[in-house]
Design a protein. Structure first.
Lengths: 291, 184, 806
């Protein structure tokens, strides 16, 4: 289990990284945290011709929180985001989800943006990007663009990014007023990829009635998707909303696959259970944040 | 624009080291085979077992999930670097190494270096004056696989080491501030 | 006063090097060695039509490529069947490299040697093998159906029909008041040590000799295999097991193909060669164990006492039978547990499948046997409306029934005779430890929280310490250092410590003076190996006997010098003295110097010894007939038969009916391995075994698809428990010493794993009220089970109700 040969570059600027990527063509891959990529290399399930290691690019390791949201640089490690009180204050879902990413040693090296660029439907941060309606900033030789999550994810482990492109940050909009979030996942072993997980946001109106409820799931479907569950609970006073009904609704909306660790039916069961559980938690937070 | 071999400089266990390595060589292999530090063990090479965990700039990191070239210019601590010299030709073990011996927290010893580096880093960065909680122990021992011990004694050693470190802080406080002690 | 060592929780001496990274494991040896890698079959069953090594030849750093065509002499013959058995009528083994047909994914086809492992893998990747795929057999059911054969010349895929009985079971069943029959399954897991296998070989051309390091559980046998296969004289081959990163059975198959191929390459290339198995190779080419289908019929009376038991086992032995049928024999004989069963019949069909070979994994057929017996007990209890513990208690062998002769033959070929035990006391301890009687209240409390709680128990009896023998050599040097060597190997069991404790106790020397070497054929040539919970029993007794031999010789020499009778002497703290009389003493190290009449004064010890030397008797030779120079002794212990340890486990599981997640919230163990040398080490063995038992019950399985592809060949998908998945374990001990050996020891290595699946299945069944007839079980499977209309409903009687009835 040793990687096949590849060329290596460790540029110190995004521009330089893009130059290398452009020169190397489609066989080149960007290396950030490497916690998903390097095992694939060692198993020879991936054999890029070149790795463009962006770890020496300055300025990508910052988290900037503003009232609008949290911008997470491409070299921000999961552990950094997990520890960021500023990020949690603006979008509490970030820390809640990141706490579920693998184990501490992986979180010390792996990056939030790398997880997103890896487009793994079982990844925590892909679901979080979706449910918060986030986006990424993509640098290309002809300039930077913002790509919304819906345009980014096109399939399992597949994004719309091709050619010379570096995701330089991800932007997670701030939690709206009178809103709350929750995250939960069930894994076979603690720290494993989730068998199923849910990231949810609940928003109340000024009368503490449920105005909106939406959820994104992990390991359910080929790519992240946001499901609007407002129909099941919308307009209900928060303390009498039937979160189980929302779970039931969610079960009808998802189309999970079965695999080694869980049948499709079991995933559907978990979607229902986790939806009910997390919506109730999120609603409680929303209530606390409602004056 | 890309290279296939690099000469890297890494401060390993406090000692500056140089090696010329193929760029694809994993840090675990560089440490073991280029630098001769065979205390770091390789159990799965896909980042799950944790046996190869070293401290990269002080942070527990799977050395099988980092390329050797990526360590260029960084600090690495391996299990060989956890103890310190007593300046009389002997070694002073890290409290967690001592506790692993005391609590029978290892059997075959193959996973042990990864546990030791991870737990040592965790204990060294927490507030040693506070008693360790079960949640902290869970976090410190939770990411590494062991097939021999069933983890019971690893947990015990983790608590033991935390207690020893706590006692050590207490002793220092007592000697540096005897007046306070007298006052209470 | 000599410090007491025997029976004490002495800290392990191994750990001094292991906690500072100074262990010496296989891959730590030979930094300059060439590296081997293998092209392994991607197909479960295929004819190898062509191997084209051409594309690999331009890989820079490639040194050699070997296929079957390159094997000569005995290397070109099939690998040995280690333990033939008359009922293993169709034994089959593979070749070191596939000859014509590959029979499981992972079988080695080509060996590549290169300057390093990266390059070797580059070359291996470029070798083009052409296959003609053949139909595949996966699982015991498909093997039994035999629509496809794994070996053309093995009808019905049946390697062995094993059959034992203690009486006319059919008549006894017919005469039984009640009978019940059922079928159940156990799935595959594997030893999965943290260090894979590995071999390093160095050929000394001038000396025509070979030194091999192998991460093995049986270095003496590997040595003999290499010598035979490479046609070398035994004394030209040394095999050393260095620090070994766990074994649990998988490193006892000797030889693994690589243990022959790597030395062959080292010899041909005249340069050290090393192969270090990676995790993916380990999954697809190192042994698995456990899959069985069990068909059980039991007869019992109104009180739930068993009157007859008939068991038919379909055992998946994988593609080959290098290790014979030890595992299914263990199932057949160890299934009986602590119960007094008047008439018993076991029939085992050991069948071929296109999967990795099956050889012992810790427990070696016993966990399956325990699963069969204990699930039977649960069913009888349910049928009779009795508490499950009560049914077990009623069937126990009583303390006055020992030795209990089953009239069966155990896996060591010796009579199955339980030597000692106290099963009622053991069960009483377990019920107290887990608070069996108080469980209904706990269940009610859990129900109030919306959780399902269940409890289960499973006792077992384990035959340990089989022969034929182990030996040991003990030698006292003039420095006072005591060298101990035994041929069996260590994989983390703490032998260096335990054997040092034994020698320090027997010889009366400080433990610091004792140095133990295991698994090094340079030091001790005759050994069987570390498996079957036998090290402490067999090598332990051999070490004690060798130490006693040294002690006798030391006392004889000292008696001459001190001019007293040897029976008046004692040894304490390394000094020989007269009992009860201070003054007249001689250090043991001096006795060691005196034991050799050739005493050049190379050191202070020799100079000091001259004061004791006395005058020589000119009428006798310096070394008397029958005597030998040196204070050393070699001895062997050969047990008459196995000794039977016992234990009982109980598990409490909590299940969330919203998600069907299963948590083991309590795990209780009562353990009896006779006399204990080091209780700390024994507890460690129990802890580790329990973790593997929990893993086997809830997490681990080898997920083969119908094409024989192993779908979860990584630590990502083969779910070995982390700390988060292993429950805390409460342990209570009991000690019924073995009457079969002088130390009273019974084996402890495997015990912890045996009852895991049985106890946990019982607890889950108790919690959800549905029959559990296959293990392991995942939450997803449990969910399927509880909503399946065809799932059998199960009601256990609570201890309280039974008490009222009784």
């Amino acid at each position: 289990m040793k990687p096949a040969p590849f060329g290596y570059a460790d540029p110190t600027s995004v521009a330089e990284a893009l130059d290398v990527l452009a020169a190397e063509g489609d066989g080149a891959k960007v290396l950030a945290g490497g916690q998903s990529l390097i095992p694939l290399l060692s198993m020879r399930l991936a054999a890029p011709t070149a790795l463009v290691d962006i770890n020496r690019v300055a300025g990508l390791d910052r988290i900037s929180a503003s009232p609008d949201g949290v911008r997470v640089g491409a070299l921000v490690r999961h552990a950094h985001l997990l520890a960021s009180a500023e990020a949690a204050a603006v979008q509490p879902l970030l820390g809640r989800a990141t706490a579920n990413v693998a184990h501490p040693a992986i979180r010390n090296r792996g990056t939030t943006v790398g997880s997103i660029a890896h487009a793994d439907p079982s990844g925590e941060m892909t679901a979080v990007l979706a449910v918060t309606d986030g986006s990424v900033t993509v640098a290309r030789p002809d300039g930077s663009t913002t790509v919304g999550w819906r345009d980014l994810f096109v399939g399992p482990l597949e994004t719309s990014l091709h050619g010379a492109a570096v995701v330089v940050d991800a932007f997670f909009p701030a939690l709206a007023p009178r809103s709350g979030t929750a995250f939960a996942e069930i894994a076979r072993r603690k720290g494993d990829y989730a068998v199923c997980g849910a990231a949810v946001v609940v928003t109340l109106d000024e009368d503490r009635r449920v105005a909106a409820a939406r959820a994104a799931y992990l390991s359910v479907g080929a790519m992240p998707e946001v499901h609007d569950l407002t129909d099941a609970v919308g307009g209900k006073p928060v303390d009498s909303a039937d979160w189980t009904a929302a779970g039931e609704l969610a079960r009808t909306l998802v189309d999970p696959d079965g695999d080694l660790h869980a049948s499709a039916d079991y995933r559907r069961l978990l979607v229902g259970a986790l939806t009910a559980r997390t919506l109730a938690e999120a609603a409680a937070e929303a209530e606390r944040r409602t004056p | 624009m890309t290279s296939t071999e690099r000469t890297i400089s890494v401060v390993v266990n406090g000692v500056p080291r140089e090696a010329t390595v193929p760029v694809r060589r994993l840090l675990s292999d560089v440490l073991r085979h280029d630098l001769g530090l065979t205390g770091t063990h390789v159990g799965c090479e896909h980042g799950v077992c944790g046996a190869c965990t070293v401290l990269l700039d002080g942070q527990p990191t799977r050395s099988c999930l980092v390329l050797g070239v990526q360590a260029d210019g960084h600090r690495v601590t391996t299990v060989e670097g956890l103890s310190r010299s007593d300046h009389q030709g002997g070694q002073v073990l890290h409290p967690v190494q001592e506790a692993f011996r005391e609590c029978h927290a290892l059997q075959c010893g193959f996973c042990t270096p990864g546990f030791l580096t991870t737990i040592a880093a965790g204990l060294d960065t927490r507030d040693a004056t506070q008693p360790i909680t079960d949640a902290e122990v869970d976090e410190l021992v939770g990411g590494n696989l062991c097939r021999c011990t069933g983890y019971a004694n690893i947990r015990k050693a983790c608590r033991h080491a935390a207690e020893a470190m706590r006692a050590a802080t207490g002793a220092e406080v007592a000697t540096s501030a005897p007046g306070e002690e007298a006052a209470t | 006063m000599t410090t007491k060592y025997f029976g004490e929780p002495v800290r392990r001496r191994e750990d001094a090097r292991l906690v500072v990274g100074k262990g010496r494991y296989l891959d730590d040896i030979g930094a300059d060695a060439y590296a081997a890698a293998f092209v392994r079959s991607p197909h479960a069953h295929a004819r190898v039509v062509d191997v084209d090594v051409g594309p690999a030849l331009d890989v820079e750093g490639l040194l050699a490529v070997y296929t079957y065509e390159d094997l000569t002499g005995p290397m070109a013959e099939p690998l040995p069947v280690l333990i033939p058995h008359p009922q293993l009528t169709h034994a089959r083994t593979g070749y070191p490299l596939v000859k014509d047909v590959t029979r499981h994914v992972g079988e080695p086809i080509v060996m590549v040697v290169a300057t390093d492992r990266y390059v070797a893998e580059d070359a291996a990747e470029k070798i083009a093998v052409t296959y003609e795929e053949l139909p595949v057999v996966v699982g015991v059911d498909a093997a039994e159906a035999a629509r496809v054969l794994v070996h053309d010349d093995v009808p019905g895929n049946i390697a062995a029909r094993h059959h034992q009985e203690t009486g006319d079971v059919e008549a006894a069943l017919a005469a039984s008041r009640h009978t019940l029959s059922f079928t159940q399954y156990v799935e595959r897991s594997a030893s999965m040590p943290m260090e894979g296998k590995g071999v390093h070989a160095r050929w000394d051309d001038a000396d025509s000799s070979l030194r091999v390091y192998s991460s093995t559980q049986a270095s003496t046998s590997v040595r003999a295999a290499i010598a035979a296969k490479l046609q070398l004289s035994l004394e030209k081959v040394e095999v050393i097991a260095p620090d070994v990163g766990g074994g649990f059975g998988v490193k006892i198959v000797h030889p693994w193909p690589e243990e022959l191929l790597v030395p062959m390459a080292a010899r041909l290339l005249g340069h050290p060669v090393k192969w270090v198995e990676d995790r993916r190779e380990h999954f697809v080419s190192s042994a698995h164990e456990r899959q069985q289908r069990q068909e059980i019929t039991v007869g019992y009376d109104d009180d739930g006492r068993i009157t007859a038991l008939d068991v038919l086992v379909w055992h998946d032995n994988g593609a080959y039978t290098p290790y014979g049928i030890i595992v299914p024999i263990n199932t057949a004989t160890q299934l009986l547990g602590p119960y007094d069963i008047p008439v018993y019949r076991a029939q085992v069909f050991s069948v071929y499948t296109n999967t990795v070979v099956v050889t012992p994994y810790r427990g070696a057929g016993r966990p399956q046997g325990c699963f069969a017996m204990e699930r039977t007990m649960d069913r009888i209890a349910q049928e009779r409306g009795l508490d499950r513990a009560e049914v077990r208690l009623r069937n126990l062998i009583q303390p006055d029934q020992f030795p209990y002769d089953w009239g069966l033959t155990f896996q060591d070929g010796r009579p199955l005779v339980y030597d000692s035990g106290n099963y009622p006391a053991m069960m009483a301890k377990l019920m107290a430890l887990v608070d069996w009687a108080g469980f209904p209240a706990r269940r009610a409390e859990a129900e109030a929280r919306g959780r399902l709680l269940g409890i289960g128990m499973a006792p077992y009896v384990e035959g340990t310490g089989p022969g034929p023998y182990e030996g040991a050599h003990v030698q006292v040097l003039g420095s006072g250092k005591v060298l101990v060597s035994t041929g069996l190997t260590s994989q983390g069991q703490g032998h260096e410590t335990v054997f040092a404790q034994l020698v320090a106790s027997e010889l009366g020397v400080p433990m610091e003076d004792v140095e133990v070497t295991t698994g090094d054929t340079r030091r001790f040539g005759y050994a069987v190996g570390t498996f079957a919970s036998r090290a402490a029993v067999v090598s332990g007794n051999a070490v004690a006997l060798a130490a006693r031999g040294v002690r006798e010789k030391a006392l004889r020499i000292a008696a001459d010098v001190l001019e007293v009778d040897a029976s008046d002497l004692e040894i304490a703290d390394g000094v020989v003295g007269v009992k009860g009389t201070p003054g007249a003493t001689i250090p043991l190290r001096t006795v060691a110097v005196l034991s050799n009449p050739l005493r050049y004064a190379f050191d202070e010890a020799a100079r000091q010894a001259t004061q004791f030397a006395g005058t020589s008797d000119d009428s006798k030779p310096p070394v008397s007939p029958g005597d030998a120079p040196g204070l050393e002794h070699t001895d062997y212990y050969s047990p008459i038969r196995s000794t039977f340890a016992s234990g009982a486990h109980a598990a409490v599981v909590e299940i969330d009916p919203a998600t069907w997640e299963i948590e083991v919230v309590q795990y209780a163990v009562v353990h009896d391995c006779g006399t204990v040398v080091n209780p700390m080490i024994v507890e460690g063995q129990v802890h580790g075994g329990v973790a593997q038992g929990v893993g086997g019950a809830l997490y681990e399985r080898m997920a083969y698809d119908r094409d024989g592809q192993l779908l979860n060949a990584s630590f990502m998908d083969f779910l070995m428990p982390y700390a988060s998945e292993v429950p805390p374990v409460d342990i209570d001990h009991q000690s019924t010493p073995s009457p079969l050996n002088a130390l009273g020891i019974k084996g402890a290595g495997e015990a912890g794993v045996i009852p895991g699946s049985a106890a946990i299945a019982s607890a889950i069944e108790d919690a959800v009220g549905r029959r559990i007839a296959a293990m392991p079980i995942s939450p997803s499977e449990l969910y399927d089970l509880v909503r399946s209309p065809s799932a059998e409903r199960v009601i256990n009687s609570s201890p309280h109700e039974t008490g009222a009835m009784a």
